[in-house]
Write a protein that binds this ligand. Structure first.
Ligand code: G1P
Ligand code: ZN
Length: 568
């Protein structure tokens, strides 16, 4: 059947500015008249000369509104001269799998439908993110272009009568305005599984799990939190690695994540934490809605902070076949992430990069062959096998290390701290704040930490004294393309490597979220047994007060300043 595109008049929305990780808003915002259509058109228009004949990967985390959005993308892509779309069956693709597919097919880019770890459902969040040809999130120049186009959009093109069936694997070809347009519906897991098998030694991990290696099975519990990783986890852990089927839970992707907040941390993945505390599991892992975040636990729910996870992986990468082939290049972390990996980089004589928050800043370094591994404190870990963080990859990397070292997770951490010292890292989030007072707080704080005389000041906490080495608003100059990104968060660095960071979230769907990050370094082995989340030096006094006052942000300001001046 020959189909025709039509142009639909629309009015521009002024709020389609992508944040840290794409455009993320309440579902109801995306459901406004032409809202999703406008943004999809803006993404495609931003492709410029690459648009005609382009090939894109499309999929999402299975949350509410993914199916509607996939349908619109197919119709709008067809009208804009895109030649081919690969679409995950039923619209399902994890963010890392989508990144891998872009690279594997040499696609022009991809459209990721997710609000990551934010809850899903008609009253919750949705998101649209554009990834470029290297498989990673679009850099600032691209997202700024998309935003600018969205602000002056007057019409979009669509093929209203194009009906593609995304429930069946296979290829469907249409003729649109005399051109050929193909939709290939693919198994979401197949290609990703093949990639994981190239990276890791599956038979060795299988032996670890079955007990063939040590004489007793190594019991894992993997919780997909009703997000997109379920099908991946069932296939990899149960079918390929032979774990008992009840060792994977919440593996059916649900539109509302079964009411869960699919963020793998100690608060929202409490189900996993409790199960590990109660049961006799050796290893636990949880992933977020779209599968790029991970949390790793050892026996008795021993918590591996993302900061430590990155450092331990960096220290042991060469036990993974992929890195033996490619060689271990440098490492990178986002600025607020604890500095544990920095010491590994020094010991191994590798380059170490500190970039702003958001995975998009790692892409250039990977493309240029400067880093193999990178991570963020927000439960993101990944390598240059793709250009997104990768939850399932992180769990497999950890199992590879356990298998290789022949030690349980907690012992690996203790040995690591004994060798390198320990970073006690804590992040405090103050959500749902009013925007304007938070902005004021940040500017006053900036004036304070950049004032003459701030450097060199002695601050004490928990009987320990810290000398300020640097106070600034973090700015990053990309070493590859020389682009400069400013105002990425206020830093107070201390001489011993401890650090305080204040920044405003770029992923919230409404209002402002203030994040306070505290990283305190302890070389003294006597302190290493303390709880991962709280060290005496790290606990900021203002924690409680933040959520008490209606004039929240001003209270925050006073207390934060007071904490810098006297208690930290
Ligand atoms: C948060 C995390 C950041 C991560 C991003 C996307 O961004 O802090 O590390 O890259 O989500 O998953 P933020 O809300 O802090 O801007
Ligand atoms: Zn995510």
């Amino acid at each position: 059947m020959s189909l025709k595109s039509v142009k639909v008049a629309t009015k521009a929305y002024g709020d389609q500015k992508p944040g840290t990780s794409g455009l993320r808003k309440a579902v109801k915002v995306f459901q406004q008249e032409n809202y999703t259509e406008n943004f999809v058109q803006a993404i495609l228009t931003a492709l410029g000369e690459c648009l005609k004949g382009s090939k894109l990967i499309v999929g999402g985390d299975g949350r509410f509104y993914v199916r509607e959005a996939v349908d619109l993308i197919i119709k709008i892509a067809a009208a804009n001269g895109v030649s081919k779309l690969w679409v995950g069956q039923d619209g399902i693709l994890s963010t890392p799998a989508l990144s891998a597919l872009i690279r594997q097919h040499g696609a022009t880019g991809g459209i990721v439908l997710t609000a990551s770890h934010n809850p899903g459902g008609p009253d919750h969040d949705f998101g649209i993110k554009f990834n470029i040809a290297n498989g990673g999130p679009a850099p600032d120049a691209v997202t700024t272009n998309i935003f600018n186009i969205s602000k002056s959009l007057r019409e979009y093109s669509i093929v209203p009568d194009l009906a593609a069936d995304i429930s069946k694997i296979g290829t469907q070809t249409f003729t649109v305005d005399g051109r050929s347009f193909t939709v290939e519906v693919i198994d979401p897991v197949e290609d990703y599984l093949r990639l994981m098998k190239e990276i890791f030694d599956f038979p060795a991990i299988k032996q670890l799990l079955s007990g063939a290696q040590t004489g007793s099975p190594f019991k894992v519990l993997v919780n997909s939190m009703n997000g997109v990783t379920g099908p991946y986890v069932d296939r990899i852990f149960v079918v390929e690695l032979g774990a008992p089927a009840d060792n994977t839970v919440n593996t059916v992707p649900l539109e509302d994540f079964g009411g869960l907040h699919p963020d793998p941390n100690l608060t929202y993945a409490a189900e996993l934490v409790d199960a590990l505390r109660r049961g006799d599991y050796d290893f636990g892992a949880a992933f977020d809605g779209d599968g790029d975040r991970n949390m790793i636990l050892g026996r008795k729910a021993f918590f591996v902070t993302p900061t430590d996870s990155l450092a331990v992986l960096a220290d042991n990468l060469d036990c993974i076949p992929y890195f033996r082939r490619t060689g271990v290049k440098g490492f990178a972390r986002s600025m607020p992430t604890g500095a544990a990996v920095d010491r590994v980089a020094v010991a191994k004589n590798k380059e170490l990069f500190v970039v702003p928050t958001g995975w998009k800043f790692f892409g250039n370094l990977m493309d240029a062959g400067r880093i193999s591994l990178c991570g963020e404190e927000s439960f993101g870990t990944g390598s240059d096998h793709i250009r997104e963080k990768d939850g399932v990859w992180a769990a497999l990397a950890w199992l590879s290390i356990v298998q290789h070292l022949g030690k349980p997770v907690d012992q690996i951490l203790r040995d690591h701290w004994a060798k390198y010292g320990r970073n006690f890292f804590t992040r405090y989030d103050y959500e749902g704040c009013a925007v304007e007072p938070c902005d004021r707080m940040m500017s006053e704080l900036e004036a304070l930490v950049t004032a003459p005389g701030f450097v060199g000041r002695q601050l004490t906490a928990g009987g320990k004294s810290y000398t300020v080495r640097l106070g600034d608003n973090f700015q990053y100059r990309d070493p590859i393309d020389c682009s400069v990104t400013t105002k990425q968060g206020l830093r107070v660095l201390f001489e011993d490597g401890s650090c305080l960071v204040f920044r405003l979230s770029g992923t919230g769907s409404s209002g402002a979220t203030v994040r306070l990050y505290v990283d305190s370094y302890e070389a003294d082995p006597a302190t290493h047994g303390e709880d991962a989340q709280v060290s005496a030096a790290a606990k900021p006094r203002q924690h409680r007060a933040f959520s008490l006052s209606p004039e929240l942000a001003w209270e925050t300001q006073c207390l934060v300043i007071c904490s810098i001046q006297s208690t930290v």
